[in-house]
Design a protein around this ligand. Structure first.
Ligand code: NAP
Length: 315
């Protein structure tokens, strides 16, 4: 199994490479970056080799600035792009990043036409649409990381609130990876018990938690300049699910064509069944009225932004 990361000189790209190597699911990892960053990527790959020896993991990790090295990748991750600086929204970087993502998606389609593309570059829902259109791949083969990370963040907060092991919390955030994310509170459960039945005797400020999830990325960026480990492990989760054909239900940004609430021609975070061929099925979800309204609104906002960005591209 071969995974390539485009933008591997960046913080998210290199951390994702390390997490993936540690998962021991791929036997080839290619770290791709610009020529001027080659030395840095090579340094990263050598450092990772030492760590893998300590873990008894045998893997080939190649640093490269040659796009031909993408050939025969099972999954290509795109993390290349201008990152958000403190005080910037994900949308501030949409047009410059769309150009980078479109260009790399075309190159991926040329050199690795049977791969799956996992988009990470922000604003990820818009960038997933750009990658889908620029690559010309089927919609089950191009999806984005966003709400899976948001869901992990909400899971953590609930686990802390109830002082319960994080594995007991099942929750999901859908919609936009941004201000218009939609927590599926109505189907959140703890130890298999719906939250509304579990939290009968205590108050829980779920709206406050959701506000924290919305701002979680910015909060970390303000303190240390970027987010790394959270996105990296979320990326590793998704790729491990694909390479092991695990058929887990994860939330990824996906092209919708009316499968949920008749939302069409936009990429949004929704639950999907993931396996070795990518998205096997978009999972239908039953939401309450507020959640449904919020999802429809998220779709409207993301579609407007996507349309604006697409006008700036030659696709
Ligand atoms: P970073 O450390 O600045 O890395 C950016 C990467 O993009 C580097 O490899 C950089 O290459 C490359 N790059 C920048 N401009 C480029 C250009 N014009 N052409 C080609 N490559 C270019 O940023 P980061 O923190 O890793 O974040 C990467 C992206 O992931 C950002 O868009 C960020 O917002 C996004 N992100 C998404 C999520 C999510 O959940 N979806 C989570 C976290 C971050 P050089 O090293 O050569 O400059």
């Amino acid at each position: 199994m071969k995974v390539s990361i485009v933008g591997a000189s960046g913080k998210v790209g290199k951390s994702a490479a390390f997490c993936l190597a540690e998962e021991n699911v791929a036997n080839q990892l290619v770290l791709i970056g610009r020529k001027e960053s080659f030395e840095r990527i090579e340094g990263e790959s050598l450092d990772m080799y030492d760590a893998m020896a300590a873990k008894d993991i045998r893997i080939s990790i190649k640093a490269s600035c040659d796009m031909e090295d993408l050939q025969d990748s099972d999954v290509v991750v795109i993390t290349a792009g201008v990152p958000r600086q403190a005080g910037m929204s994900r949308l501030d970087i949409a047009v410059p990043n769309a150009k980078i993502v479109a260009e790399y998606s075309r190159i991926i389609a040329e050199h690795s036409p049977h791969s799956i593309i996992l988009v990470v570059t922000n604003p990820v829902d818009v960038m997933t649409y750009v990658a889908l259109k620029a690559s010309g791949f089927d919609k089950n083969k191009v999806f984005g990381l966003g709400n899976h990370l948001d869901s992990l963040r909400l899971k953590n907060m609930l686990a802390k609130h109830f002082n319960i092991h994080v594995s007991e919390i099942h929750t999901r955030v859908i919609g936009e990876h941004g201000d218009h994310m939609v927590p599926l509170v109505s189907s959140t459960s703890i130890g298999g018990i719906l939250l509304k039945n579990y939290a009968l005797n205590g108050s829980i400020d779920i709206e406050g938690m959701v506000r924290k999830v919305i701002n979680a990325g910015s909060y970390v960026i303000d303190k240390k300049g970027s987010t790394e480990y959270g996105p990296a492990y979320a990326i590793a989760n998704i790729i491990t699910t694909i390479l092991n054909d695990e058929k887990r239900i994860l939330t990824v940004s996906t092209y919708l064509d009316g499968e949920i609430e008749d939302i069409k021609d936009v990429c949004l975070g929704v639950p999907v069944k993931l396996g070795v061929n990518g998205i096997e099925r978009i999972i239908p979800i039953k939401m309450n009225d507020n959640e449904t309204k919020a999802l429809i609104n998220a779709a409207k906002v993301v579609k407007e932004n996507t349309d604006k960005v697409m006008l700036s591209l030659d696709i």
